[in-house]
Design a protein around this ligand. Structure first.
Ligand code: HEM
Length: 511
């Protein structure tokens, strides 16, 4: 006997039969796929895009399946950088979309002025004037009003007015920020103690509790009060609807009505803006506190109307109360996974908190800055954003003619993880940020731009960095944040990548 039983023989035969069955299915699948690819070429493809590499689109969906692979879109777009180079193409149904993964192309789109290219004469290089911001405008309405700089199509006079008069751009902004160090430190300490108590019984959803902390901290700083919990819930209702509208508008923007249908969202939006209307009205009547709003009302410098000021106050949250908590949560998780780096940071924090904290001492704490930058490099909270080529003419990028009104995806995911620019690029190594690396890879440089680049880069970045530094330093000096084994999967939420799955317990550190 060879030891082969009747049972294993049947099993073996079964496997062989299955393979035989599978083969023709595979052959049919491949044939159908190539037929659909040809059909796409014949019907939807456009000659202008033929030279640009990318995955083969199929009729009628283009590359939509590519984006459903279970990976977030920015990771798929980043991988195109590896597979196809700095300029690639994918199709959302019949709509061509370019993906930029090259620092020089990004410079042209986000930094280069018309004068630098010799106006429209260049057949090779583009400039900022060749692009406009489109995609989120309709989808984000009505949580973002027309007086939010984010929704301005171009950097024209209206946008310039909004930016010049923005409270974050007042000459006394840093002076005001200095006054926020102590109150926000005390606020984060109290919140940390509450989180310790709340997580005694069960692990907490890490992003959600940090998002609430950021929402309340932002409120305290900008309008001088913490709102009741339902206001936070209203905000997330607006963000959830905005996310849904963004997802649908990326497929076909005509599907999105200018004003969202459905009563609950409309009503929430109305309540949200009326709340901030009242806040501004009260502050105007008696601007006595230390909030940014009070400072602007007493010190002046902004020509905003009361309505624009209301929209500024309401607009701080969609700007940063999704992204900043994503950055904070990711940093806490990375440090939990790297105990050596965490304990090195904690030693520096002990020195930092030996004397009262000041803005200057916080900003000069190299360990905090190294950890924050390394986290923003690996897990940028805003990993992609978009532009469109202008509607009235063909533009040229690297000699390639790009038709009018072509959608462009820009991602920092690929360049911020690109080897050999970043050695051991996938590893969390805060110490890589030595003095040279800090200077060579400043915020908004070729391989590090978590807040975007150029004149349309993030308006709230100084405040966001300040808030993230302060929250991380204060939390980590006071508590151990212990995470469970949940994956650092990222979910697309209101234009931000959010590590929603993480659960954490907060435990007081022994002093
Ligand atoms: C960690 C936190 C934050 C991150 C990662 C972040 C990221 C970004 C990025 C990448 C852009 C550029 C988008 C583009 O070029 O299309 C941007 C723009 C913008 N951000 Fe932030 N942001 C953060 C916090 C904030 C905060 C706190 C505010 C407060 C108001 C804010 C307000 C804005 C505005 C108004 C713009 C649009 C500027 C313009 O188009 O002219 N952001 N942000």
């Amino acid at each position: 006997m060879t030891g082969i039983s009747a049972g294993s023989l049947t099993e073996g035969l079964h496997t062989i039969l299955k393979r035989i069955e599978a083969k023709p299915r595979k052959i049919v699948e491949t044939a159908v796929q190539s037929m659909l690819q040809k059909l796409f070429q014949l019907t939807l493809s456009q000659p202008a895009f033929q030279n640009i590499p990318g995955p083969a689109p199929i009729f009628p969906i283009g590359n939509v399946l590519e984006l459903q692979k279970g990976k977030p879109i920015w990771q798929v777009l980043g991988e195109y950088g590896q597979q196809y180079g700095g300029l690639s193409l994918f199709w959302i149904f019949g709509r061509p979309s370019l993906v930029l993964n090259d620092p020089d192309f990004l410079q042209q789109v986000l930094l280069t002025t018309q004068q630098q290219t010799g106006a429209n004469t260049s057949k090779h290089r583009a400039s900022q004037a060749d692009f406009y911001k489109d995609l989120p405008r309709k989808a984000l309405r009505p949580i973002l009003t027309d007086s939010h700089p984010f929704v301005a199509k171009d950097a024209g006079p209206k946008w310039q007015h909004l930016v010049k008069n923005n409270p974050f751009n007042m000459t006394y902004f840093r002076e005001w920020l200095e006054t926020q160090v102590q109150p926000l430190q005390a606020f984060v300490e109290t919140r940390a103690e509450e989180l310790v108590k709340q997580s005694e019984g069960e692990m907490l959803p890490a992003y959600d509790v940090i998002q609430k902390l950021a929402f309340d901290g932002f409120s305290l700083a900008t309008v001088g009060q913490v709102f009741p919990d339902p206001v936070f819930e209203q905000f997330n209702t607006l963000c959830t609807t905005g996310t849904d509208r963004m997802n649908r508008s990326s497929i076909a923007s005509w599907m999105i009505p200018e004003n969202p249908k459905g009563k609950p969202y409309k009503e929430v939006s109305r309540q949200w803006f009326s709340l901030f209307g009242e806040v501004v009205e009260k502050a105007q009547a008696k601007p006595s506190g230390g909030s940014l709003l009070d400072w602007v009302l007493t010190r002046g410098g902004s020509a905003f109307t009361p309505e624009q000021m209301r929209n500024f106050c309401a607009g701080v949250y969609p700007g940063g109360a999704v992204s900043a908590p994503s950055g904070i949560t990711s940093t806490l998780h990375l440090l939990f996974q790297h105990p050596q780096e965490l304990s090195a940071l904690q030693q520096d924090l002990e020195a930092l908190f030996r004397d009262p904290l000041t803005l200057e001492r916080l900003e000069n704490c190299v360990a905090v800055e190294q950890v924050l930058r390394e986290s923003l490099r690996l897990w940028p909270p805003v990993p992609f954003f978009t532009r469109n080529t202008v509607c009235d003419r063909t533009i040229h990028l690297d000699g390639q003619a790009i038709p009018a009104n072509t959608q462009i995806f820009i991602t920092n995911w690929f360049l911020q993880r690109l080897s050999p620019h970043w050695q051991e690029s996938e590893s969390f190594k805060p110490e890589r940020w030595d003095a040279n690396t800090l200077v060579e890879n400043d915020y908004g440089s070729d391989y590090f731009f978590p807040f975007g680049r150029g004149e349309r880069a993030c308006i709230g970045q100084d405040f966001a960095k300040f808030f993230m530094r302060l929250t991380l330093a204060t939390l980590l000096a006071k508590v151990e944040v212990q995470f469970g084994n949940h994956p650092h999967d990222q979910e697309f939420y209101f234009g931000v990548s959010v590590p929603r799955q993480l659960k954490a317990r907060f435990v007081l550190r022994e002093s």
